[in-house]
Design a protein around this ligand. Structure first.
Ligand code: ZN
Length: 259
């Protein structure tokens, strides 16, 4: 396995980092993907360049120990869910959709989902959220920090997103981080006490590591067509917004050039 020296973004130990797919390769992260980076997007909101990877999105973010722990304890559950949504689920309509999952381990799915957000963020994230990184690294741990909420959106499209902490303004302002690749977008929102929003799966933390359940709930469903974090507009809407941004830039450049 390819290796690189560095600091693990989950346990913060220095040493050999292993190359890993985030999300897991078997969870659909194996085709040609475009990952749009935050800075590229800020420079040019209509960017279509991003980074094209031919065999899924991967990174050097975790040490072998953490990588192995996730692989043993959580990845199989995450992959099982992803495969089910990719191959069996058939209610892909924008909006809130019903989901029925039989005989699953909710806590294992949640821990894998949250671990991927540590990979997306730098090691300062693990320093800032040490209790959450400990919670990920201890399969049996159940003490979640309830002012951090985890959201799941069913999403499909040809864009992959990995956003480290960003601030969303407006009346629903929040700091959040996201990882998105068909069929899921996972978002961790900080300092948010309300738990009645669609897609909130923070309650999975109430299950035990070995606790199975039949789940019946509703999830938001949308498209992955845009680089904007937690944005699920359709390809047509994204194209309209791009065309508008192009027109504005063209008008501006014409304005600058006119004496
Ligand atoms: Zn580690």
């Amino acid at each position: 396995m390819a290796k690189r020296e560095g600091r693990c973004r989950l346990c913060l130990k220095n040493g050999a980092l292993s190359k890993e797919h985030v999300p897991p390769k078997a969870a659909g992260n194996c085709g040609r993907v475009r990952t749009s980076h935050a800075l590229d997007f800020i420079r040019d909101p209509s960017t279509e360049t991003g980074r094209i990877l031919q065999n899924g999105a991967w990174t050097y973010s975790l040490c072998e120990e953490c990588n192995g722990l996730l692989g043993r304890h959580y990845v199989p559950e995450y992959v099982k869910w992803a495969k089910w949504f990719l191959h069996e689920y058939n209610i892909w309509v924008p909006g809130l959709v019903p989901v029925y999952l039989r005989d699953v381990y909710p806590l294992r799915f949640l821990k894998q989902a949250v671990s991927m957000l540590f990979s997306v963020n730098g090691d300062e994230f693990a320093r800032g959220f040490e209790p959450i990184s400990s919670w990920v690294r201890s399969p049996e741990a159940r003490a979640w920090h309830w002012n951090c909420r985890v959201y799941l959106t069913l999403a499909h499209g040809n864009v992959g997103r990995g956003w480290n902490l960003v601030y969303r303004g407006g009346k629903d302002s929040a700091m959040f981080t996201e990882i998105a690749l068909t069929p899921f977008s996972v978002q961790l929102v900080l300092e948010q006490e309300r738990d009645d929003r669609p897609g909130d799966i923070t309650w999975f933390a109430r299950y035990g590591y070995n606790e199975r359940a039949d789940l019946c709930f509703a999830l938001p469903c949308g498209f992955l067509a845009s680089a904007v974090p937690a944005h699920f507009a359709s390809p047509e809407e994204v194209e309209r917004a791009r065309a508008k941004a192009r027109r504005i830039r063209e008008d501006e450049s014409r304005g600058d050039g006119t004496p």
